[in-house]
Design a protein around this ligand. Structure first.
Ligand code: 8QM
Length: 404
């Protein structure tokens, strides 16, 4: 039997994936990391990185070897105190992960969302009508649509009160920065941690939640014994952390895709029933959640490279979603492809439990827009907002032509 006599060489990079230049334009680094090898050491952070689809996909599918319980950011919770109580979903492994996951999966299942579709479609039609009437044919699609729409429908669906909703995006921005290193982006949020956390935490209490939302259903699951009453507010917190910024920037990515690919907009207009798949292709193409870490639970070999127990491993979801070994013409936003299998929602037991909510938001908004708008183009240079984890936006100026 043939035994490998030498360990595979381990390419090393001193690049900082969280530096402004890479956050602003991640593709060149992604390409370099994919080409360097299946596993790359990032010397600056003493971590390993995976940027190819095959390895990212396999590692996300193996929670036994690549745990989340030590945190899915750079900080290892076994050695560093987390900035907030860890999430019972994102930052947990089986068996602890299972009950919260089961509860949320049922509450956010497609069948449970059916009652929201009609309301959300009406809100989307009204929002687009109002924007076109008040702002005409040139406006900032980030403010007017991508952030306005989720903020109109999602907090209501959770059941939080009307006050202070402008804290939601800054809280998410802070949480997504916190998965990265303690760089300037984290420092910029430092003064608001207590205030924003305090606000979010009080929204998670039973008394703060309406009787008929996702939040109330989480508490009802606790009453049935499916969760403890201590777990319930933390599960509500997961909705408020993971459910706002992700969809806002995912919708911005979708609008950006159409503003830069007019032929694809025509395609959607000709086939309105494809409004659902457009979001997955936009998520593959832009990967609003760019990266997450896992931690090796044991000494493990990936593609011949030995990784020791306790090592943090950075998964480049955005790089995997454009790996030319997996995708044809990966840099093209193309509604003709089948984007399923993308890792923009993760993969395996942690795969986004809210993805049906996100798709429903995208589908209702894009349907309303496609009914009224014949053409979309950029009206100026889009501006990125920098975040350690989210590929996000500050402004997206567009010009539209009304449909005939
Ligand atoms: C990312 O708090 C949480 O449970 C949580 C936070 C962020 C996410 C997921 C869950 C992936 C969108």
């Amino acid at each position: 039997m043939l035994e490998p006599t030498t360990a595979a060489a381990l390419p090393t990079s001193d690049a900082d994936p969280f530096a402004p230049e890479h956050l602003r334009n991640p593709e060149p680094l992604h390409r370099a990391l994919r080409e360097a090898g299946p596993v790359v050491r990032l010397s600056r952070y003493h971590v390993h990185a995976l940027a190819r689809y095959e390895e990212v996909h396999a590692a996300l599918g193996d929670w036994q070897t690549f745990q989340s319980g030590a945190g899915v950011g750079l900080a290892n919770f076994h050695h560093e105190k987390p900035w907030r109580q860890p999430s019972l979903l994102l930052e947990a492994d089986p068996p602890h992960h299972d009950a919260p996951r089961r509860v949320l999966r049922e509450i956010l299942a497609p069948s449970a969302l059916r009652r929201l579709r009609e309301t959300w479609q009406a809100v989307a039609e009204d929002l687009v009508d109002t924007v076109l009437a008040e702002q005409g044919t040139e406006f900032d699609a980030f403010d007017a649509l991508a952030s306005a729409f989720p903020l109109r429908v999602f907090p209501d669906a959770v059941g939080i009160g009307p006050d202070g909703r402008d804290n939601l995006l800054p809280y998410g921005n802070m949480a997504f920065n916190a998965f990265g290193p303690r760089n300037d982006l984290v420092a910029a949020d430092a003064g608001r941690v207590a205030e924003l956390s305090g606000w979010v935490n009080t929204r998670c209490a039973r008394e703060a939640l309406g009787e008929d939302g996702f939040g109330a259903r989480i508490w009802a699951a606790a009453d049935r014994g499916e969760l403890t009453h201590e777990q319930a507010p933390l599960v509500v917190r997961s909705l408020l952390t993971a459910g706002v910024d992700t969809t806002v920037h995912g919708l911005a990515a979708t609008l950006y895709a159409f503003a830069t690919h007019p032929d694809q907009w025509q395609r959607l207009r000709e086939r309105p029933e494809s409004a659902r798949v457009v979001f997955d292709e936009a998520v593959r193409w832009q990967s609003p959640v760019q990266t997450f870490f896992r931690t090796a639970t044991t000494d493990v070999t990936i593609a011949g490279v030995r990784i020791s127990e306790g090592t943090k491993i950075l998964m480049f979801l955005g790089a995997a979603n454009r790996d030319p070994d997996r995708w044809t013409d990966p840099d093209r936003f193309d509604l003709g492809r089948d984007p399923s299998g993308h890792v923009g929602f993760g993969m395996g037991i942690h795969q986004c439990v809210g993805q049906h909510v996100a798709r429903l938001e995208a589908e209702t908004l894009m349907t309303a827009l496609a009914r009224r708008v014949g053409h979309i183009e950029l009206a100026g240079e889009p501006r990125r907002h920098l975040n350690n984890t989210l590929r996000s936006w500050a402004s997206l100026p567009i010009r539209i032509r009304r449909a005939a």
